[in-house]
Structures are given as C-alpha cells and as structure tokens.
Design a protein around this ligand. Sequence first.
Ligand SMILES: CC(C)(COP(=O)(O)OP(=O)(O)OC[C@H]1O[C@@H](n2cnc3c(N)ncnc32)[C@H](O)[C@@H]1OP(=O)(O)O)[C@@H](O)C(=O)NCCC(=O)NCCS
Length: 171
Amino acid sequence: MGAVLMQRSLPLTQPDVPAGVRLRPQAPDDADALGALYWDSYPKGVAAVDLEDAVEEMEGVFAGEYGTPVEQASLVVEDADGTLLGCVQTVTSPPWEGIPAVPFVIELFVHPDHRRRGLGTLLLLSAAEACHRLGWESIALNAQEETSADAFHLYRRLGFTEISPVGAVDG
Ligand SMILES: CC(C)(COP(=O)(O)OP(=O)(O)OC[C@H]1O[C@@H](n2cnc3c(N)ncnc32)[C@H](O)[C@@H]1OP(=O)(O)O)[C@@H](O)C(=O)NCCC(=O)NCCS
C-alpha cells in the first residue's frame, strides 16, 4: 500500500493556540531552520537523504517545485525563542496527477520532542481555516498509511476520508 489520497470539506473548527507557542506564515528565510526540522521530524530514509537535501526540499517548496504555495495556509509554529517546532505547507496545482483541484497539503511535520501537544492538529486546522477564508470548500492531502501512521490517524480523527484519484476509473 502506498499513499492514500484524502479530502475534507470545510470549514473545520480552529483550536486555541497553546500557551508559549506562536503561529505565523512561513517565510523563505526559514528554509534552513525548516530543513533541519524536516530532517529531524521523519525517520531517516523516509523523507530526505540528508540535512542538505532536506534544506533543498524546503527551498524547493518556496520556489514552487511542488505547486503554487498558498501562503496563508503554509504556517509554522514556534516557541517563545523563535525555535521552529512544526510546519504545514499547502499548495495549489501540485505537479502530480490525480489530485483534486483544491488546496493540497504537501507537508505536515512536528519535531519529535513536541508531539502529542496538539501542534500538528493546530497547524492542519489553521491551514484549513485559511483555505476556507480564501473561499475554498475543501482541502486534500496524501497520507502514507505505513510510514506515517500517526498522521493517518490524525487525518481520520479530523474527518478526512479517502477519495479516488481524479481521473481514476472505479472497478
Ligand atoms: C503527524 C504529526 C505531524 C502529528 O503531530 P502532533 O503534534 O503530535 O499532533 P497532535 O498532537 O495534534 O496529535 C497527535 C496525537 O496527540 C494527541 N494529543 C493532542 N494534544 C494532546 C495533549 N495535550 N496531550 C496528550 N495527547 C495529545 C492527539 O489526540 C493525537 O492523538 P490521536 O491522533 O491518537 O487521537 C507528527 O507525528 C509528525 O511530524 N510525524 C512525522 C511526519 C509525518 O509523518 N507527517 C505526515 C506525512 S503524511
């Protein structure tokens, strides 16, 4: 089994931001810190080859290599010192086939030391809320059921359901 395409209608309710953290749009200057966070957030060998590759991936996100970034729905959560703890990245028109024509969440990651505090949920719901404010009626994402069981569980809990790729023929 590989990636599972999921979609959720909007709006979704936005949770309160926990004390001690701040939510803000990501910016190109974050690429180095985001690369380090991305590298730390996935099991080795799953997302990037090494730290340099992880930074390049993040630079590629800003450069539009994975679709046109939706700035309002591409957010970081940071602590009081400005250390990045988590990130959600959303695009339109991603370069893959079968994706519905709605905002597509290409990344969601939270540092392992800061999980299970609601930050992943906060990021995803905040991105969803931003998309709703922009006039969209749903968002979509890919879940890797095998390598990202926590994420898959989170998406299901928030009401995301599996859909068939656009253009796929059932049966
Ligand atoms: C998926 C991921 C982003 C979730 O981040 P997170 O910050 O731990 O997410 P949350 O804290 O919002 O939710 C995770 C769990 O913690 C629980 N939780 C939330 N707040 C909590 C709190 N204060 N105390 C205890 N548990 C809490 C949630 O109920 C949830 O559990 P459930 O899904 O079993 O119901 C994170 O695991 C991650 O970065 N994984 C690696 C990258 C990845 O796989 N990304 C997705 C690619 S498809």
